[in-house]
Design a protein around this ligand. Structure first.
Ligand code: ZN
Length: 156
């Protein structure tokens, strides 16, 4: 085995140090950050345990681990990206790599925040409170993101 998955860097270290991202959102395993792939300010969700990442803005950036992120961000192939992350042992074997898929569970987890925002704003509306413009815009963003993720899961 030439690829050493257990040698992949810790997702938080990788995303903050190597990828240079600022992680927002304090609790839980999911964090929010800027999507470097299309320039969205708060659309990228990162899993601090598995390294999975999903852009909620529909630019198509997603993957199951930090290696997939490195490949996407650097444009390197699997072997070069694994070497760059220190997760490659040169033992002459032919690389055998299947990208970690983004599971339906992962997609459902990234839905949770958008659903929560939608729920809270809907509750305000139901209570007769008018929405501020910023809240109204955020609600539309959340609805768009929910539609995108549902589409990804249904067509996966
Ligand atoms: Zn994006």
């Amino acid at each position: 085995m030439s690829f050493q998955r257990e040698q992949l860097p810790d997702p938080v270290d990788y995303f903050t140090s190597t990828a240079g991202l600022t992680l927002q959102g304090g609790k839980g395993k999911w964090r929010t950050t800027r999507c470097e792939f299309h320039g969205g300010s708060d659309s990228m969700r990162l899993n601090t345990i598995t390294g999975a990442f999903v852009c909620m803005a529909g630019c198509g950036a997603k993957g199951g681990d930090v290696l997939a992120y490195e490949m996407l961000a650097s444009g390197r192939g699997f072997v070069e990206a694994a070497k760059a992350l220190g997760a490659w042992r040169d033992d002459g074997h032919t690389p055998d790599y299947k990208p970690s898929p983004v599971s339906a569970r992962t997609m459902l987890e990234v839905l949770a925040l958008e659903v929560q925002i939608t729920y809270l704003l809907a509750a305000d509306l139901a209570a007769g409170k008018p929405l501020a413009d910023a809240d109204r815009e955020r609600l539309l963003v959340a609805v768009g993101r929910i539609g995108y993720v549902v589409g990804e899961v249904v067509h996966a």
